[in-house]
Design a protein around this ligand. Structure first.
Ligand code: NAD
Length: 370
C-alpha cells in the first residue's frame, strides 16, 4: 500500500479544534489498514509567530514542500492584530500559496439534502446542488503591476490596479478545470468579461483552444461573469465546473458558497502544477472559514468544513476518491440524523452537538460503511 505524507498546520483559534476531528479519522484509517498516512505537524499564523516570530518557519515550509497534501486549519485572532505586517498570521497562508505555486483554487458548493431548508434560496433551487468553482489564484488584478495610488496634485488622487493574464496562466487553469470535469459531468462553464476586458478576450480564446485541442469531449460554454452571478442565484444546478479568474472567482465562489448555508460547511483545495516526474501536484486543503475567535474554546465550532477538506485531499491528491465518497456519505448521514452544531441549527433542528460530538458521529458513520 502506498504511503501518503500529510502535514497538519492547525493554526489558531478553532483551527486546532476542527483539525483534531480529522486526526481521529486519519488514525482510524491507519489502524484499519485502509491507508498508510505518515503525519507531521507544523505551526502557522499566530501560533508560529509566538513560537519563532514568523508566520511560518522555513523548516515548516520545507515540510510543506515535501508533503503529499497539507491540511491547514485557520489563522489569526485579536491577539496578533498589532504584530508587524509582514509577519501577521495571514502572511503564513500567503507564503504557503506562493512558495507551493498554488494557482488553482477549488471550491465545491454542495447542498446536503438535510440542509436544503437552511439556504436563503428556495429548497428546489438548491437541493442536490453539486458545483465546483475553479478560481485562478495567483494572477490577475490582485497581483498585476502597476498597482498604485498617485496624487494628481489637484486635490485628486488616482488608484490603479492592473488586470494581467498571460497565455500560460489561462492554459494551466483551464486544464485543471477540464481534468476535474472529467471526474464529474464533464461540463465546463468559463466566466469572463470579454465584452469589456481584453483579458476576457484572451481568456475566452485560450480556453476555447485548450478545449478544442485537448478536451474535445467535454462540454464547454462561455458565460459573462456578471450573468454567471445572476444564474448562480437563479438556477445554480445548470452548472458543473465553473472556471474563472482571480477577481471574478473571489466573488462567484462566495455567492456559490452561500447557496449552501454556513461557513462551517465549506471546504476548499488549492493545487499547483503537476511535477514533471511524479505527476503529483503540490496541494493545500483548508476550510473556507477563519479562526472564529468568538467561539474558539467553546466547543461550538463545526468541524465539517475541515473534515470535507480532508475528503478533498483524499480525492484530488491521494487517489482515494472512493473514500472521499464514503466520507461525504457519512457527513450526509449524520446531518440527516439531525445532528447540528450551532451554526447550522434551525427551529426544526436545534443545536445538539459540540465539535467533538459532530466529528465522532461522522467517524462512526464512516466505520459503518467501511
Ligand atoms: P471567521 O470565518 O473566523 O468567522 C466568521 C463567523 O462565522 C463567526 O461568527 C464565526 O463564529 C463563524 N464561524 C466560522 N467558522 C465556523 C465554524 N467552523 N463553525 C461555526 N461557526 C463558524 O471570520 P472572521 O470573524 O472575519 O475572522 C476571524 C479571524 O480569522 C480573523 O483574524 C481573520 O483574519 C481570520 N481569517 C482567517 C482565514 C484563514 O485562515 N484562511 C480566513 C478568514 C478569516
Amino acid at each position: 500500500m502506498a504511503s501518503h505524507n500529510l502535514l497538519y498546520l492547525p493554526g489558531d483559534g478553532i483551527g486546532p479544534e476542527v483539525m483534531a476531528e480529522v486526526k481521529k479519522i486519519v488514525a482510524w484509517m491507519n489502524a484499519q489498514g485502509i491507508a498508510k498516512f505518515e503525519t507531521d505537524q507544523g505551526l502557522v499564523g499566530g501560533s508560529a509567530y509566538d513560537a519563532h516570530g514568523k508566520a511560518v518557519s522555513d523548516a515548516d515550509m520545507d515540510k510543506a514542500q515535501a508533503a503529499d497534501a497539507v491540511l491547514f486549519g485557520a489563522v489569526g485572532g485579536p491577539k496578533w492584530d498589532k504584530v508587524p505586517y509582514d509577519v501577521r498570521p495571514e502572511a503564513g497562508l500567503l507564503r504557503l500559496r506562493k512558495d507551493l505555486g498554488l494557482f488553482a483554487n477549488l471550491r465545491p458548493a454542495i447542498c446536503y439534502p438535510a440542509l436544503a431548508d437552511a439556504s436563503s434560496l428556495k429548497k428546489n433551487v438548491v437541493e442536490g446542488l453539486d458545483i465546483l468553482i475553479v478560481r485562478e489564484l495567483t494572477g490577475g488584478v490582485y497581483f498585476g503591476e502597476p498597482k498604485t495610488i498617485t496624487d494628481l496634485g489637484n486635490g485628486q488622487k488616482r488608484g490603479i490596479d492592473t488586470q494581467v493574464y498571460d497565455t500560460f496562466e489561462i492554459e494551466r487553469i483551464a486544464r485543471v478545470a477540464f481534468e476535474l470535469a472529467k471526474t464529474r459531468k464533464n461540463k465546463v462553464s468559463s466566466a469572463e468579461k470579454r465584452n469589456v476586458m481584453k483579458t476576457g478576450v484572451l481568456w475566452n480564446e485560450v480556453v476555447t483552444r485548450i478545449h478544442k485541442d485537448e478536451y474535445p469531449t467535454a462540454q464547454l460554454e462561455h458565460v459573462l461573469a456578471d450573468n454567471c452571478a445572476m444564474q448562480l442565484v437563479r438556477w445554480p444546478k445548470q452548472y458543473d465546473v465553473i472556471v474563472t479568474d482571480n477577481l471574478f472567482g473571489d466573488v462567484l465562489s462566495d455567492v456559490a458558497a452561500m447557496l449552501t448555508g454556513s461557513l462551517g460547511m465549506l471546504p476548499s483545495a488549492s493545487l499547483g502544477a503537476p511535477d514533471a516526474k511524479t505527476k503529483r501536484r503540490k496541494s493545500l486543503y483548508e476550510p473556507v472559514h477563519g479562526s472564529a475567535p468568538d467561539i474558539a474554546g467553546t466547543g461550538a465550532a463545526n468541524p465539517i468544513a475541515m473534515i470535507a477538506s480532508f475528503g478533498m485531499a483524499l480525492r484530488y491528491s491521494l487517489n482515494m476518491g472512493e473514500w472521499a465518497d464514503k466520507l461525504d456519505a457519512a457527513i450526509s448521514a449524520v446531518l440527516a440524523q439531525g445532528l447540528r452544531t450551532r451554526d447550522i441549527a434551525s427551529d426544526a433542528a436545534p443545536a445538539n452537538a459540540t465539535t467533538t460530538q459532530m466529528g465522532e458521529a461522522i467517524l462512526r458513520e464512516l466505520q459503518k460503511v467501511a
